[in-house]
Structures are given as structure tokens and as C-alpha cells.
Design a binder for this molecule. Structure first.
Ligand SMILES: C[S@@+](CC[C@H](N)C(=O)[O-])C[C@H]1O[C@@H](n2cnc3c(N)ncnc32)[C@H](O)[C@@H]1O
Length: 232
């Protein structure tokens, strides 16, 4: 999807797209931030591909310096409105595949949620490298990536065709969007490809209704995204 596509989506984004930071009903993300001591005034945070600012809306008041970057000016406009009650957040228009040098080494924590989903794998690697570079040495990167195994289960329930896999990822078509989903291994390898260390991959579960499923089989595990964390 291009910058223009995202600009067009911006207006309906709040209602159309699942906000994983709110939908994370088991508080996996909050728990990870808390356990790492990252919810702290001294923690500088960059959110790359920040969209309408959902991450800062939920957690921003707990951090120090904050920068939200996105290539869509419309997304940034909504983000600055939604987060207007937070202490100053710098908003920056930037392409995750060509991040400006001034963002390098800035973050104690760098967040990139549901952004590195490009159809082109080389684009995913390029974006991953740029995102990792935004963390200071020893700082943390936190990715949220769409999970292929979760999609496969939804596809089975909905009787959709399973996507064609390319190694540890696959391009999934949903409505008019094509996005790359990653297996657990693929999500970890993506982070490692940028030199991140201590990489861990966890599930962040969200409600069935976010997949449009109103009556899942009893006892069926909730759908999930991958929370991928690593240190620069
Ligand atoms: C699915 S949304 C996720 C938004 C937010 N991170 C969240 O989790 O709520 C993807 C966001 O990535 C942005 N994006 C997509 N491609 C990008 C690129 N090449 N450079 C910068 N931002 C990009 C889109 O504009 C959109 O705001």
C-alpha cells in the first residue's frame, strides 16, 4: 500500500483497523513494558509507522521524549489530535524504508507495530534495518507482526484458501489489502536479520470479533499477533 492509500484510510482508520494496544486483552504488551522497566520518564521512545498514535495514546504519558513517524501526513494529523493531551510529542513524516539519519540511535525503545508487512521481502528487511538503527546501542525494539499461524486457523474456520508460503512468511489478501504475515520463526528471523539480540517472540491475543467471527468453536485459542522484542 502506498502513502496515498494510507492517507485515504486515515479518516476511517479508528473504526476499521484493530488497535492492538487496546485489544491486547491479556495485557501482554503492558506486561512486557512493565517487566523491562520501560514505562519510565527517562525512557525516550520512537514509534515508527505510528498511524493515528494508538501506542502513545495508551502508553505515552508513562515515557519521556517521544517521536512518532509515519509516511502518511493524514495519519500524523489525526495522531497529533488524538495525543494532544500528552506532553510534547514530535511528529515526523518519514518512510520506514529510508529513515532520516537524525533518527538513528535516538530511542531507548523503538516501537514498530503492524508496519513491516510489505509484499516485498527485501522491503521488509530494509525497513527492519532502519527501525533497529533507531534504537540506541543496548536499547529495545518492539515489533508487532501479523501471525501466519493465526491467519491459517481463521482461514480454516472461514474456509478460505491458505496463502502460498515463501519460507517463513506469506502474502495474505484480505479485502483489498495485501500484507505479509510471518510465522513465529519468520518473525524472529526478521528481527535477527537486523542484528537484534535476545530476540523473543510472544503471542498478543485479541478478540475473535476483530476477525469478524462471532461464534468461534468453544475452547478455541484466540487469534493473535506476534510481539517481537530484541535489543540492539
Ligand atoms: C496498520 S497501520 C499500524 C499503525 C500503528 N503502528 C498501530 O499499530 O496502530 C500501518 C501504518 O504504517 C504506515 N506505513 C506503511 N508503510 C509505511 C512506510 N513505508 N513508511 C512509513 N510508514 C508507513 C501507514 O501509514 C500506517 O499508519
Amino acid at each position: 500500500m502506498t502513502e496515498k492509500d494510507w492517507d485515504q484510510l486515515a479518516a476511517v482508520y479508528e473504526s476499521e483497523v484493530c488497535d492492538i494496544f487496546v485489544r491486547d486483552r491479556r495485557q501482554v504488551i503492558a506486561g512486557w513494558l512493565e517487566d523491562g522497566g520501560l514505562l519510565d520518564d527517562d525512557c525516550s521512545v520512537l514509534d515508527v509507522g505510528c498511524g493515528i498514535g494508538s501506542f502513545f495514546k495508551k502508553y505515552g504519558s508513562r515515557f519521556g521524549e517521544k517521536l512518532g513517524a509515519d509516511h502518511s501526513q493524514k495519519m500524523l494529523g489525526i495522531a497529533s489530535r488524538i495525543c494532544r493531551r500528552q506532553n510534547a510529542i514530535e511528529w515526523k513524516q518519514a518512510d520506514v524504508k529510508a529513515l532520516p539519519a537524525e533518527m538513528s540511535g535516538k530511542g531507548e525503545l523503538v516501537v514498530c507495530s503492524n508496519v513491516i508487512t510489505f509484499v516485498s521481502l527485501p522491503d521488509c528487511w530494509k525497513a527492519m534495518t532502519g527501525v533497529a538503527r533507531c534504537a540506541r546501542k543496548g536499547g529495545w525494539v518492539m515489533l508487532v507482526q501479523p501471525a501466519l499461524e493465526s491467519h491459517d486457523r481463521v482461514a480454516r474456520l472461514e474456509k478460505w484458501h491458505a496463502p502460498v508460503r515463501h519460507g517463513d512468511s506469506a502474502v495474505v489478501q484480505r479485502d483489498d489489502r495485501r500484507q505479509r504475515f510471518f510465522s513465529e520463526t519468520g518473525a524472529g528471523e526478521l528481527a535477527k536479520s537486523a542484528g537484534l539480540k535476545s530476540v523473543e517472540v510472544r503471542k498478543v491475543w485479541y478478540p475473535w470479533i476483530d476477525e469478524g467471527i462471532t461464534s468461534p468453536l468453544r475452547g478455541e485459542e484466540l487469534p493473535w499477533d506476534w510481539l517481537v522484542t530484541g535489543r540492539r
